[in-house]
Design a protein around this ligand. Structure first.
Ligand code: ZN
Length: 417
């Protein structure tokens, strides 16, 4: 058997003390000049100035690859030709530390704005990447067949390929801002993050000077329909769907919930608005099963189906609470950050009936003109329990108008602006 000696480090670095005599580069969150703001350095070098590591939970696979001898521990990425395929920002919101606390607004521009530091040997990695693609979903072709969507040979091809700019975002938490968002004490936040990650990140409690944390969680992907340069420009109507991951429904078309139909309906709205001269944005957040995870979610499915009387709307949230202790852990408080990053101040057509999402967006200063409910015929029969439970719980009832008149009204507005 080949000798597979682990790629061990020369020494173990204690996290309770700075790693060298030099102070790390400061991060002045919200500073309008990126050089004054300072780079987020999460690579495992002496220049580190954050807690945690790049790539969220995938950092664990990187560790495994290094341990297995398949990746050099000092590998530095070659970022030639990786710059954003479309320009996003800078927007005024980037320098408002109240607006963005859970991602690095300069995360896609690191190779450009920190070029000088990178040339000096700083390993500064992007936390955001922007590329272009086409997507194709059977629902879009259905919408074309039903006459709701049409090809314009630009945003939507005759074959149903929709042109998108897509953006991948890793979370970057500025801890003082996260604490303020939840109206809690920063020390209490840091202590709980430390304890409930199995004490994985000691610097949360030993290094109060480090204010930025790269949490080991999933981030978000943004799909933009139409010209990204129109984002943040109030002259153009904007459609938006903020979608929380549901792998079973979104990818596999699994029954019991309405997630994929909602997603597809949101995309349809985005394409329609982009074709009418506006722009559409779908934000896909990795918050599986209301951020409780898929194991919890499947346990709840069993509990719902096996209870006396079968799956019932009046027990829908109760069963989740029995297993998880709470009904929901998605924390929409952080959700608006990505929209602020895109420069969005007004959503003309919001493809969501969730009051939690609505209130979080409006509370953060984003105006919502219309909320567009999903048409009844797009709701699978098996998902009725979920819909009835949400209606009974008052999930969505503010300013939502009947399904069929909504599209017509909103479309008229988009075309007239
Ligand atoms: Zn679902």
């Amino acid at each position: 058997m080949a000798d597979r000696k682990p790629n061990a480090d020369k020494h173990i670095v204690l996290t309770s003390h700075p790693t060298s005599g030099r102070k790390p580069l400061a991060i002045n969150w919200g500073a309008p000049d990126p050089l004054l703001r300072g780079p987020v350095i999460g690579s495992t070098t002496e220049h580190r100035n954050v807690i945690g590591a790049h790539s969220g939970s995938y950092a664990l696979y990187r560790a495994l690859a290094v341990a297995a001898g398949r990746l050099k521990s000092d590998h530095v990425p070659d970022l030639t030709n990786t710059a954003p395929a479309d320009l996003i920002g800078p927007h005024p919101q980037w320098s408002d530390p109240m607006k963005i606390v859970s991602m690095d607004p300069w995360g896609h521009m690191t190779t450009e704005v920190f070029a000088g530091l990178i040339a000096k040997g700083y390993d500064i990695r992007p936390t955001v990447a922007v590329t272009r693609a086409h997507i194709n979903m059977p629902e879009l072709r259905d919408a074309m067949a039903a006459g709701r969507l049409r090809s314009d040979n630009l945003i939507l091809s005759p074959a149903g390929d929709a042109r998108v700019t897509k953006v991948a975002i890793e979370p970057v938490w500025w801890l003082p801002g996260i604490a303020r968002r939840f109206a809690i004490d920063e020390a209490a936040l840091r202590r709980n993050l430390f304890e409930h990650t199995g004490r994985m990140f000691p610097e949360l409690v030993t290094r109060p000077d480090l204010k930025v944390f790269l949490p080991p969680i999933g981030g978000a992907t943004v799909y933009i329909f139409g010209e990204p340069t129109k984002l943040g420009d109030r002259r153009y109507p904007l459609a938006c769907r903020v979608h929380d991951e549901c792998n079973g429904s979104d990818v596999f078309g699994s029954d019991i919930c309405t997630c994929r139909p909602y997603l597809a309906h949101g995309i349809e709205l985005c394409i329609e608005t982009a074709q009418a001269g506006g722009v559409g944005v779908v934000v896909y957040n990795r918050k599986e099963g209301r951020a409780l995870g898929e194991v919890t979610k499947f346990l709840v499915y069993n509990a719902r189906k096996r209870q006396e009387g079968g799956d019932r709307a009046d027990q829908y949230f109760r069963r989740t609470e029995c297993v998880a202790g709470v009904q929901d852990m998605r924390f929409q408080e952080l959700m608006p950050d990505v929209l602020h990053w895109l420069g969005i101040a007004r959503i003309d057509r919001m493809a969501s009936m969730s009051d939690m999402k609505h209130d979080a967006l409006v509370g953060s200063g984003i105006e919502i003109v219309d909320r567009v409910p999903i048409p009844d015929e797009l709701i699978p029969a098996d998902a009725r329990v979920e819909m009835d439970a949400k209606v009974a719980a008052g999930y969505f009832n503010k300013g939502v108008r009947p399904a069929d008149s909504e599209l017509t009204v909103a479309k008229g507005r988009a075309l007239s602006e």
